[in-house]
Design a protein around this ligand. Structure first.
Ligand SMILES: NC(=O)c1ccc[n+]([C@@H]2O[C@H](COP(=O)([O-])OP(=O)(O)OC[C@H]3O[C@@H](n4cnc5c(N)ncnc54)[C@H](O)[C@@H]3O)[C@@H](O)[C@H]2O)c1
Length: 319
């Protein structure tokens, strides 16, 4: 299969490249390498690489030259906190970048896999047909992109699907996100900032499971704009996750409660029409911890203020 992985140098995208390699597929990775995207994430994988912006005309030239059967899009601004401080890039990359790929699909006729998120459903539990109720600028940008995908399928007849994973964790996740932040800060003897009362519930899935399930979805997709939810089915609040992490690390995870994130969704709880097995959370947390413990070279260069937005508790409360 000839496949282009946009955003393949990020956390889930690079796990998906590894999944393709397991299946003897060598993809073309296209990524802008923003603060979250790093060539280190692709170390040891078999791929071609082009640095480019999903919003650019260059993307059309790249796709035209490569003639892929499938284009999968992981490229996005992904941190909810950053979307609250500065939403603009979320709109250009997540919405206009997607529309740029949809235009390319009209011209070149590939099958388009759009990576969305459970956050588009908001706090209401529901299935793949549930209404979209985004709360943050991040989830609003993701929901907007999803609507454009559906509109392009209906209006222009392009072939596309939407894939909505829940909260991912695992190796190579940028340390602004909860689990790597908690692991690294605990390894450094620092406290972990927790929003509000720490009872916000998320549905956790190990990143290698997500990568495998996305591939399985591609194999059975109808390409008519339908959505496939990928929940981990393991719903725990932040305090539960910190407790389990402490057990796995054999160290106390010191929590410091900080003021809640504005508009913070209390929970995500989508269901799915798919059938699959996932890694139990304790095992996934253990694998994740071991990876960060054994790969300090990966995260030590990131411990600098320039990698984190100013109001991020990671920086503000560093002592
Ligand atoms: N991480 C999660 O828990 C989670 C859950 C559900 C859905 N998702 C979705 O999965 C996708 C991947 O998420 P992730 O956690 O791997 O994100 P990430 O932030 O680790 O990676 C995003 C990647 O996109 C690239 N990128 C950003 N802007 C770009 C641009 N303008 N042009 C080209 N490349 C650009 C970055 O360089 C990076 O490699 C996103 O669409 C996200 O919304 C993530």
């Amino acid at each position: 299969m000839k496949i282009v992985v946009i955003g393949g140098a990020g956390f889930i995208g690079s796990a998906f490249v590894r999944e393709l390699n397991k299946r003897a597929i060598k993809p073309l990775v296209v990524d802008l390498l923003t603060y979250a995207g790093r060539e280190e994430n692709l170390r040891g994988t078999d791929h071609e690489f082009i640095r480019a912006d999903v919003r650019s005309d260059e993307i059309h030239e790249i796709i035209k030259g490569y003639s892929p059967e499938v284009v999968i899009n992981f490229a996005a601004e992904t941190h909810v906190d950053r979307s609250i401080y500065k939403p603009q890039d979320f709109i250009t990359t997540n919405v206009l970048g997607t529309v740029n790929l949809l235009e390319a699909s009209r011209k070149f006729g590939f099958n388009y896999v759009h990576i969305s998120t459970d956050e588009v459903y908001g706090e209401e539990c529901g299935d793949e047909e549930s209404p979209l109720r985004p709360s943050s600028p991040y989830s609003a940008s993701k929901a907007s992109a999803d609507l454009f995908v559906k509109a392009y399928v209906r209006t222009y007849g392009i072939k596309a699907i939407l894939v909505r994973p829940s909260n991912n964790y695992g190796p190579r996740q940028f340390p602004e996100k909860l689990i790597p932040k908690a692991i690294i800060r605990t390894l450094l003897g620092m406290h972990v900032p927790v929003y509000g009362d720490g009872k916000a519930e998320r549905d956790w899935i190990y990143v290698e499971d997500t990568a495998r399930i996305i591939y399985e979805v591609m194999e059975r997709a109808k390409w008519r704009g339908e959505a496939y939810n990928i929940p981990g089915g393991q719903r725990y609040n932040v305090l539960d996750v910190m407790r389990m992490l402490g057990e796995v690390m054999g160290k106390e995870v010191k929590i410091k409660f900080v003021s809640d994130r504005p508009g913070h969704d209390r929970r995500y709880c989508m269901t799915t029409s798919l059938k699959y097995e996932v890694t139990p959370i304790k095992e996934g947390l253990r694998k994740t911890y071991e990876w960060y413990l054994n790969n300090k070279w990966w995260w030590e260069p990131l411990i600098g203020d320039k990698f984190f937005v100013e109001d991020e508790p990671w920086v503000a409360s560093r002592s």
